[in-house]
Design a protein around this ligand. Structure first.
Ligand SMILES: [Zn+2]
Length: 306
C-alpha cells in the first residue's frame, strides 16, 4: 500500500521546499500562488489545511485537486486510547442490538429530551460463557455530514464503561456534529454526558470522545461549521487540561478560541448536576458562564433562517 506522501509525490505535488513539523509536512499550496510553503498535510491521513488561503479537506479531495485518485486506505483505529480494550472485546460484538424508545431519566435528563437528541434505549446482550446478561445503555448515534458513522453508548447504570460501535475511529468523529448550527458559538467538550448536559442547557456543543482523539480532520470539521467562537470545556483534570492546551494551539491559528477551565474534578455534566446553581465560591459558573452563553446562543439561533 502506498503511503499518503508517496501518493501525493506520484500525483505531482511539489515537495522541493517542504518542511516537516511533527506529524505534518508543509508544502507550497496548490490552491493559491505562494513562495513559501503554508499548506500543511497530515502525513498519516492526508488531511490538509492551508494557513494562507484557508483551503482544507480530506486526502481524497487533495488528490482530486491534483488530478489523481487516492488509493483506498485502511487507517488504524485510535479508539483504544479511550477504551479498555479487554472489556471492549468482551462486550463485542453487539450481535443483537435491540433498540427501543427511551423511557427513563438519565442523569436527570428526561426521556423526551434524550429522544430529541437521537438517543435510543439499547438492551445490550452480553454472552458470558453459556449464560446471557443484559446491560441497559443509552444509545447515541454519531452522524457526520448526514452519514451515521457509528454510535456511543454509555451505561444507564453508573460505573460501567461506555461502549462504541466496533469500527468507530475516534479521530474521525465529533459527537453531535450534525446538530451544530453553522456560525454559532460552539463549546467543545469531552464526552457524551457533557454533550447532552450542554445541549439540555441550550448550549451548542460537540464532544471529541476522548482527550487523545483530537486530529487535523476534527479541525477541518470545525472549520466547516465556521463557528463565531470556539470554547474548549474539557474535564477539570490533568488529561482535560492537557487536551485543552493542545487543541487550543491547533485551533487558535485559524479561529477565535478560548479555554474555559472547570474546577478540579468537575466536567460540564457533573458541574451542573451536582450543583445546578453552579456556585463554586468565587467561581460562579452559572452567572459568569452559562447565562451569557445561553443568551448568545439563543440570539444566534433566532437570526439563523429556518
Ligand atoms: Zn493556500
Amino acid at each position: 500500500m502506498r503511503t499518503v506522501i508517496e501518493q501525493l509525490k506520484q500525483a505531482g505535488l511539489d515537495f522541493s521546499d517542504s518542511r516537516e513539523n511533527g506529524r505534518n509536512v508543509f508544502v507550497k499550496c496548490v490552491f493559491h500562488q505562494e513562495k513559501t510553503p503554508s499548506l500543511s498535510i497530515d502525513k498519516e491521513n492526508g488531511v490538509y489545511h492551508c494557513f494562507g488561503c484557508k483551503a482544507g479537506g480530506s486526502f481524497e479531495s487533495l488528490m482530486t485537486k491534483l488530478g489523481a485518485e487516492a488509493d483506498p486506505t485502511d487507517r488504524p483505529s485510535d479508539i483504544d486510547r479511550y477504551l479498555d480494550t479487554r472489556s471492549e472485546r468482551r462486550l463485542q460484538p453487539p450481535t443483537e442490538m435491540l433498540l427501543g424508545p427511551v423511557e427513563f431519566e438519565w442523569r436527570g435528563l428526561g426521556p423526551e429530551f434524550l429522544t430529541e437528541c437521537g438517543c435510543r434505549h439499547w438492551k445490550q446482550v452480553i454472552e458470558r460463557g453459556m449464560s446471557i446478561e443484559f446491560v441497559d445503555r443509552l444509545w447515541i448515534p454519531i452522524r457526520i455530514r448526514g452519514v451515521q458513522v457509528g454510535y456511543t453508548a454509555p451505561s444507564v447504570i453508573r460505573g460501567l464503561r461506555p461502549t462504541h460501535s466496533e469500527n468507530l475511529r475516534s479521530k474521525d468523529v465529533l459527537l453531535g456534529y450534525d446538530l451544530v448550527v453553522p456560525g454559532c458559538e460552539l463549546v467543545v467538550c469531552e464526552g457524551p454526558a457533557d454533550w447532552l448536559r450542554l445541549r439540555s442547557l441550550g448550549v451548542m456543543a460537540t464532544a471529541i470522545l476522548g482527550t487523545g482523539s483530537w486530529s487535523p480532520y476534527k479541525l477541518s470539521l470545525l472549520i466547516a461549521k465556521a463557528p463565531q467562537k470556539v470554547i474548549l470545556m474539557m474535564d477539570g483534570d490533568e488529561a482535560g487540561r492537557k487536551a485543552a492546551q493542545a487543541i487550543h494551539k491547533d485551533v487558535n491559528r485559524i479561529m477565535d478560541v478560548s479555554i474555559y477551565e472547570l474546577p478540579e474534578g468537575k466536567d460540564p455534566d457533573n458541574a451542573y448536576l451536582i450543583d445546578p446553581k453552579g456556585d463554586y465560591g468565587s467561581d460562579n459558573i452559572n452567572e459568569a458562564f452559562w447565562n451569557p452563553l445561553i443568551e448568545q446562543v439563543n440570539q444566534i439561533r433566532e437570526s439563523v433562517p429556518v
